[in-house]
Design a binder for this molecule. Structure first.
Ligand SMILES: [Ca+2]
Ligand SMILES: [Ca+2]
Length: 365
């Protein structure tokens, strides 16, 4: 009976899914307003009382898109004429109409609504002669299906028109938007195993070797669809990559003998194994604020071409910072030589080094 009810539930949900047409926009990259055409119009309404004030609203409207509800939250002034402004709470509505790059003829939805992350506007402003140039960097997630995300970049330069109310009071400014480039993609979560085959992932800050990392394949994720050149771990590109079966997602490995470890580690699905320059990864962290034994999560990102259209993947794993002999370490980081991590320095070397370090530590204690 239980099984029958389960099957009925599956049937019911399949029916619901089949009835509701896919609501996702078509993925891909595009540019609006190319070849001299105008991409749209931007507005800044001085709801906060004046230019650059908290609460000001940013809007942008063009052919098939409308951004509004983004309110000024914070202005940074890194240089004499440059500003970095954060707007929060924006919504981007894309029309689902023929001819638009994100048009999906299978979707019954008339619009695709994206909830935007904080929008960043980088501005350069000069008073004499008056000139304004800015770039809007924005990204967000599809409201109905946050796996679908959008990245946008839009630019402007010129002298904006002022917007006046009935009493001739300045209530904002506005002008044309030059190009708008964007990408809609699907964000796929993946399983990452730093130091494959080891549950704990200690990284000695003095290690001059390589950090082995596996991007685990599964029935749903074929690592052969990954573009290895697109991969970044904590922003760092891998030194090299290979296809091997070294791990299985969802099964943290117990402390077992090497032989059993192999049995646990392989699942028949190829994994993408990667080697990173350990010092390059460490340089991406704020090492000064980290103590011996601290856990740090590293994020691995990249692109794959598996599913229908553009997709990116993201996953993370945690390393344990091993910090000792700090004064020596600082010297080593500064004198780091590229050749130290040459191609003939295999993983086993690095692991052997780590093992040696552990043994030395053991002897000292
Ligand atoms: Ca691991
Ligand atoms: Ca595997």
């Amino acid at each position: 009976m239980k099984k029958a009810a389960g099957i009925m539930a599956v049937l019911f949900f399949s029916l619901v899914i089949a009835t509701a047409a896919p609501a996702q926009p078509t993925t891909g990259e595009w540019t609006l307003g190319s070849e001299g055409a105008v991409a749209g119009t931007w507005y800044e309404y001085f709801l906060g009382g004046g230019e650059g004030q908290d609460g000001n609203e940013l809007e942008a409207i063009g052919d098939g898109f409308e951004l509004d509800g983004a309110l000024l939250d914070e202005v940074e002034n890194p240089g004499p004429d440059s500003y970095k402004t954060l707007y929060t709470g924006g919504t981007l509505v894309l029309e689902n109409s023929t001819g638009l790059p994100w048009y999906n003829d299978l979707s019954s939805d008339g619009t695709f609504e994206f909830l935007m992350d904080p929008i960043v506007v980088y501005t350069n402003k000069a008073d004499y002669p008056p000139d304004l140039a800015f770039t809007i960097e924005a990204s967000g997630a599809l409201q109905n299906d946050p796996r679908y995300r959008i990245d946008l970049s839009a630019s402007y330069s010129g002298v904006p028109d002022l917007i006046l109310d009935d009493q001739e009071t300045i209530i904002g400014m506005s002008d044309f938007l030059e190009t708008v480039t964007g990408e809609i993609y699907q964000l796929v979560p993946v399983v990452v195993d730093i130091k494959p085959g080891s549950d704990v992932n200690p990284v000695n800050v003095k290690s001059r070797g390589v950090l082995p990392v596996a991007l685990l394949g599964s029935e749903d994720f074929d690592v052969r669809t990954v573009d290895p050149a697109s991969i970044r771990l904590a922003g760092v590109a891998p030194l090299r990559s290979a296809y091997e079966d070294v791990g299985a997602p969802g099964e943290p490995l117990p402390e077992v003998t090497e032989q059993r470890l192999i049995a646990y580690a392989t699942d028949g699905f190829e994994d993408l194994t990667l080697k990173f320059d350990t010092q390059a990864i460490l340089a991406a962290l704020d090492l000064e604020t980290l103590n011996d034994g601290d856990l740090v999560s590293l994020t691995l990102e990249g692109r794959s071409y598996a599913t229908d259209g553009n997709s990116r993947f993201v996953g993370s794993d945690t390393i344990t910072i091993l910090k000792k002999g700090q004064s020596r370490m600082n010297g080593l980081i500064q004198n780091k030589n590229e050749d130290e991590d040459s191609e003939e320095d295999p993983t086993s070397e690095d692991e052997k080094k780590d093992k040696d370090e552990k043994e030395n530590r053991g002897k000292k204690k």
